[in-house]
Design a protein around this ligand. Sequence first.
Ligand code: SF4
Ligand code: SF4
Length: 457
Amino acid sequence: MLDTTKFDSSERCNLCGTCLSSCPILNLEQDRAIAEKQRLNSGQLSMVLEKCTTCLSCDLYCPNGFDPYELILLRWNERYQKKGLPALARMVMPGDPASIWSQLYPLMPPDEQELINNWRARSGKSGKDILLTGCFSAFSPYLTMTPLLAGLTPYGDERNWCSGGHIYQLGLLDVVDRVGLRLQDVFNELKPRKLVTLMAAEYAMLGKILPQRFNTSFDFEVVPLEHYLLDMLRSGKLKLSCKVNKRVAIHDNCFSKAAGDAVWSPVRELVQACGVKISEMQHNKEDALCCGFGAAAGRFDLFDLMAQGKKRLAEAEATGADCLVVYCAACYFIFSVVRELVGSKLEIYHILELLDMAEGRLPLHRTRRRAFNIIAIMSTNITRMLLQSEARQRFRIDLATIHGAPGPVDLDFKSDRLCAFYNGFFNNSAMQNPFSLSILTALVRLALAGRRRFNHG
Ligand code: SF4
Ligand code: SF4
């Protein structure tokens, strides 16, 4: 049983309001910040619970170290216990037939399907230096087809719910606890010599959040990918001899804040070594804004996600950068999708792709195709929700299903007919031309503007 009192700092909070008045999303005057914090402390409804983008910054703003972000998660957990989750959340529930994973795998090319099966396998991986791929990396497995990761043995299975990072961001604390315990079982079997995390969320969850807040502990070294790559650079194993002639902005991932400067400086050193010019965005490092994923946590609204993603892309464009570099596979997928929907010209690169270019390799960079695969999945789920009442039902996660290491590895890649239809619709020449795409982006921008004007002031 999880002890949720660790997330509750309401008794200790002295209501100075700094956390919420410093929040770059809420922009509250001091008096309003104090009033909203008081409401949060006492468990009343607060606009914070609707508008928070789960960026983690307020934990860094509190001068007393009272972790106000975790109180927000606790209040969302209480909401979940009372009401469950809206149907749309199934899209990010691993193993659910409506999830992106279940619907995306059949749409992937064979080389990526093979990777997914290889990642899931556990036999022969015991005692190795493991690369924990993470469930959102499974949306773009091609990112790992690089010699940069040749020294690591990849393991990842979305049926482990990754390290529970995105479930933690939604405030599903009991579920995170189960995910942590199951992960502990899996790693007791794998016994990694060390674990390199492909995503900052995994580094924060395994290195700090799970051991400190949940009933989980790990007895191996956890290393963020950025440290692993920086060691390669400093030891001369990385030869970045092909300077990349680009101006780039860097998006700092929300979870990187849990590790402080452990990730931000290494990322910049690596990016700088590629020969690019870095243009920092207005909000970076401890003040970085969410990519959009967390913006949907408050109301489970795809418009909130798109509006936040658009805002972040606009901030990157304002720097004059040609491209946006990310080091999180979830941010990579969100930006890739939002970019297509709002018609941004900014290229999105994962840091592995940038390093590949600096070593003289052309990255596979399947972002556009993958973005439209995911747009097809979103369209499928929305259509089902419109047509079928059971597809609109709220739900709760059955904790009994998160137990023991996942079973058989190989997927059968069975395709969903409606999803295959939408995928064919979006990924053909009639749709993939400048005219059709400009109509799509005009419609999305119109919808976002209308939503802002009529619903949210
Ligand atoms: S987590 Fe981020 S968006 Fe949410 S209240 Fe804290 S600073 Fe604001
Ligand atoms: S900054 Fe810290 S002490 Fe001040 S209101 Fe927020 S949680 Fe309470």
